[in-house]
Design a protein around this ligand. Structure first.
Ligand code: SAH
Ligand code: SF4
Ligand code: F3S
Length: 469
């Protein structure tokens, strides 16, 4: 696919006017009380980041937020289409809103996100869930203010699935969920078309944000006290290719890393086909960049990698890993794996097992193949029964548990810099995380949440560490 230059546009004046108008009508309807929104986000960090924009636009439209759907004037589910299970959960939870709508007929129920870009899903919602008043896809985020206004005022159902996937919109207000841990999208969409994956169909073509916009947002976050910033993209290694003045991802992170402050810089996701030495060198030489590389390999078998359209083989993947281990002292490696891709045999699967033994990942995100409508792999012959795939999956989990336990026990006695993230409700202990993304549980004061501390690792329980400050 040829790469074309993509220029960003600002959120239009018109959308700001719609936010103002919504605030005015809601103030009259609620007699001066703030209307409340309930937002539930499914799926990956891209969706979390989109929800933060939606919350920003809702706040400017006069809304406050609630954790209880029963108190809400507006309910929105931001959905994920990556696996069938994710979609089934959404359908189940939307179905459950029917009674709520009956009890509170004035409530506006809305659905957005990746699932809504699938035509068959939008049709099903339209026909089977008449209480859903507003539906919009990932390409329509920048006119959410107008869609919200129209749904509230016209009282008609509004369904919009855009096809505007070659644009980037800047200037959308963001209301971040966290105060010290935050997401920073650097690009949208994906051009890779791995044969199992729905993302390119629901998120559109790959497009990068301008470097200067990202740098100033990073600066703002760092000055605002953010301690853990994750740069987001489906394939961050191809960042910058669609810009008028192309920039590599390694250049981008080096420039962010040069910003003064006390913070960690992370990123995801890296695609092994273009994870360059330059990038690994940038991590090795960075001041703030976490010594952590999430590099999904999906399968250890070359035959399956080819069928998946991944454009690397086992040898190339292992070379990248070898270089990362050599250059980045104490690097923590994590990955995604799909078990039971169509045509995978037990022999292929054993190559996945041998690869994880060889690399010794800190942790893994493991999935059983789920056929997605409209992707090539949906039509591939898939003779292995589900029970057999579940057995392989369990075998994979057992092997990884052994590896993680070994890796974690090797850390006992070491001192690690950790970011204290939260207080455990049950025990009152602190939850912290290392730069390599390993969870550490500690005793300490709740006041420490949001600060960096040094923790001595005293014990390893499977993949979780215990420590003292
Ligand atoms: N862009 C990222 C991943 C996005 S989706 C990357 O390329 O690494 C996150 C993970 O979900 C993928 O890495 C893959 O392991 C899994 N996944 C995607 N589609 C899937 C499907 N149809 N069935 C099972 N797992 C899938
Ligand atoms: Fe999906 Fe592949 Fe793109 Fe990742 S790189 S989002 S797995 S198509
Ligand atoms: Fe799901 Fe969309 Fe992310 S399909 S995994 S929420 S990009």
């Amino acid at each position: 696919m040829s790469e074309t230059t993509i220029k960003a546009q600002q959120l239009s004046e018109k959308q700001s006017e719609f936010m103002q108008l919504t605030a005015e009508i809601m103030e009259i309807r609620k007699r001066g009380e703030k209307p409340l929104a309930f937002i539930r986000t499914y799926g990956c960090q891209q969706n979390v980041a989109d929800s933060e924009k939606i919350k920003g636009m809702l706040a400017q439209s006069g809304f406050d937020f609630t954790d209880s759907p029963d108190d809400a004037d507006f309910i929105l589910f931001n959905t994920c289409a990556v696996r069938e299970h994710a979609e089934d959960r959404v359908f189940g939870n939307v179905g459950a809103l029917k009674n709520l709508k009956r009890r509170h007929p004035q409530i506006l129920i809305a659905l957005c996100g990746c699932m809504m870009e699938e035509e068959h899903v939008a049709n099903r919602i339209y026909n089977s869930f008449p209480f859903v008043g507003l539906v919009f896809g990932t390409h329509s985020l920048h006119h959410f203010p107008e869609l919200l206004y129209r749904s509230l005022v016209d009282g008609k159902r509004v369904f919009e699935r855009g096809n505007d996937d070659k644009m980037i919109y800047e200037g959308i207000p963001v209301r971040r969920d966290g105060t010290f841990k935050g997401w920073l999208p650097i690009m949208y969409g994906c051009n890779n078309f791995c044969t199992y994956c729905i993302v390119p169909y629901v998120r559109g073509r790959e497009r990068s944000r301008e470097k200067d916009v990202i740098l100033s947002e990073a600066r703002e976050m760092i000055q605002g006290g953010f301690k853990d910033i994750t740069l987001l993209g489906q394939n961050v290694n191809s960042y910058g290719k669609t810009l008028e003045n192309p920039v590599t991802f390694a250049e981008l992170i080096r420039e962010i890393d040069a910003i003064d402050g006390d913070y960690w810089l992370r990123f995801m996701t890296s695609h092994p086909k273009d994870c360059s030495k330059e990038l690994i060198d940038a991590i090795a030489g960075g001041t703030h960049i976490s010594k952590h590389l999430h590099l999904p390999f999906q399968s250890g078998s070359d035959r399956i990698l080819k069928a998946m359209n991944r454009y690397y083989d086992r040898k190339k993947y292992l070379e990248t890993i070898r270089y990362a281990k050599e250059r980045i002292d104490g690097v923590s490696l994590t990955s995604d794996i799909i078990v039971g891709f169509p045509g995978e045999t037990y022999e292929d699967f054993k190559q996945t097992l041998s690869l994880i033994r060889e690399v010794e990942f800190t942790s893994l995100f493991t999935f059983i193949f789920s056929p997605r409508k409209g992707t090539p792999a949906e039509k591939y012959d898939d003779p292995i029964p589900a029970e057999e795939k579940s057995k392989w999956f369990q075998e994979l989990l057992d092997v990884q548990e052994e590896i993680a336990a070994k890796r974690c026990s090797a850390m006992v006695g070491q001192t690690e810099r950790v970011l204290i993230e939260s207080v455990k409700e049950k025990t009152g202990e602190l939850n912290a995380r290392t730069g390599g993304n390993i969870i550490v549980e500690l005793e300490g004061s709740p006041d420490l949440v949001g600060t960096f501390q040094n923790a001595k690792i005293t014990q390893a329980r499977n993949w979780i560490l215990k420590g003292t400050l």
